[in-house]
Design a protein around this ligand. Structure first.
Ligand code: NAD
Length: 354
């Protein structure tokens, strides 16, 4: 197949990890007979330096014309002094909004080889953990009206959801659960919040269209606890923006290594934005020690969700797993008895195994 992929390396370690991800995707194209075109654009600090703004209309247009977008990471101390409205992170928010990606996917998988990095007791993670957290990204209390009383002693943030917003997110969740282990857990606070009651009613109504998916409902406080007590019970979790923000970071802590975690943001259609969950790691930039696996695994999500290339996506995930099995580690996931490698070498090792 032919596909146009826009790459946005971003700042500090961004270009280093992006090079490795492109290397891996190029190898996938070669091996499976696809033709991927990579078109690089500046985002964040790199775009501020080149054009005076963190996201140009040209870059956004290129992203919206591509089949998929792969991003590194943006921001860092170099741009700390710039005015708030042109900060690098503004570019990322504008990009998500401009691409209309409303569903944020955060897989949480504990690689058995890295179980030592998981803060949970070994008996809790004995059963395999493979959770997909699906967070609504463009609604909820983050986008509602804000109010502060004149005397500054009272504040209000409005939480709002529409049936349409819940439905489009939930559909992605049901479809995804159908392709995975067939279990969907919808997380809300329906015992208290009206938005959550609307959320739950909508999911209950939709569930009739997906009889093959087993649905459960959980209050968010219990979900936060269950993620720690028995994470293996979850397959796909769907939740709103606020609860998802918190639960997805909790799940990242469970997986134990920031440098390994990919993410995808999807809207209507197949175009998506893919990025590792970590930042630009200014403290280690330019030293060939960044972990490129979060970006490489984001590339696998890109193949799966935007290009429909499941076999190729699985090949990347298998290659990463094999490299870890063989004992290779970047410094952030290094432990005694394993072999320390740099960012470039890690990219090469994954590439060689595809
Ligand atoms: P960070 O994620 O960049 O770094 C936190 C710690 O994790 C650092 O010690 C770093 O060295 C380490 N780390 C992160 N990614 C790594 C990798 N791939 N390999 C090895 N080690 C890695 O978070 P921060 O220091 O709070 O933020 C730095 C900058 O990144 C800030 O400007 C922040 O705003 C920005 N940021 C951007 C994004 C994004 O682009 N999506 C996300 C978070 C933070």
């Amino acid at each position: 197949m032919e596909a146009r992929i826009v790459t946005l390396p971003g700042d500090y370690i961004g270009p280093e990890i992006m090079r490795e991800a492109v290397k891996v995707l190029t190898r996938v194209a070669e091996k499976y007979g696809h033709s991927f075109t990579f078109e690089e654009h500046a985002l964040g600090g790199a775009s501020i330096d080149a054009y005076g703004e963190p996201l140009t209309t040209e870059t956004l247009a290129a992203c919206n014309a591509a089949d998929a977008v792969l991003m590194g990471s943006v921001g860092g101390p170099k741009w700390d002094g710039v005015p708030a409205n042109v900060r690098p992170e503004k570019g990322l928010l504008a990009l998500r909004k401009g691409m209309q990606v409303y569903a944020n996917l955060r897989p949480c998988r504990i690689h058995p080889q890295l179980a030592g990095a998981c803060p949970l007791r070994p008996d809790i993670i004995r059963e395999p953990i493979d959770i997909m957290i699906l967070r609504e990204l463009t609604g909820d209390i983050y986008f509602g009206k804000r109010f502060r009383s004149e005397d500054r002693t009272q504040a209000t943030d409005e939480m709002a959801y529409s049936v349409a917003e819940v439905e489009r997110l939930a559909r992605i969740g049901f479809e995804m659960a159908g392709k995975r282990r067939g279990k969907l857990c919808s997380v809300d606070k329906a015992n208290v919040l009206e938005c959550s009651r609307l959320w739950r009613e909508t999911v209950q109504r939709l569930s009739k269209e997906y009889p093959q998916v087993e649905v459960s409902y959980m209050y968010v406080d219990n979900a936060a606890m269950q993620l720690i007590l028995r994470p293996s019970q979850f397959d796909v979790m769907i939740t709103g923006n606020l609860f998802g923000d918190i639960l997805s970071d909790e799940s990242a802590a469970i997986a134990g290594s920031l440098g390994m975690m990919p993410s995808a943001s999807l809207g209507d259609g197949t175009r998506g934005l893919y990025e590792p969950i970590h930042g630009s790691a200014p403290d280690i930039a330019g030293r060939d020690i960044a972990n490129p696996l979060g970006t490489i695994l984001s590339g696998a999500l890109l193949l799966r969700h935007s290009l429909g290339l499941e076999q190729e996506a699985a090949a990347i995930e298998k290659a990463v797993s094999e490299v870890l099995d063989a004992g290779y580690r970047t410094p952030d996931i290094y432990s005694e008895g394993t072999e320390k490698v740099g960012c470039i070498r890690m990219g090469d090792l994954v590439t060689e195994r595809i």
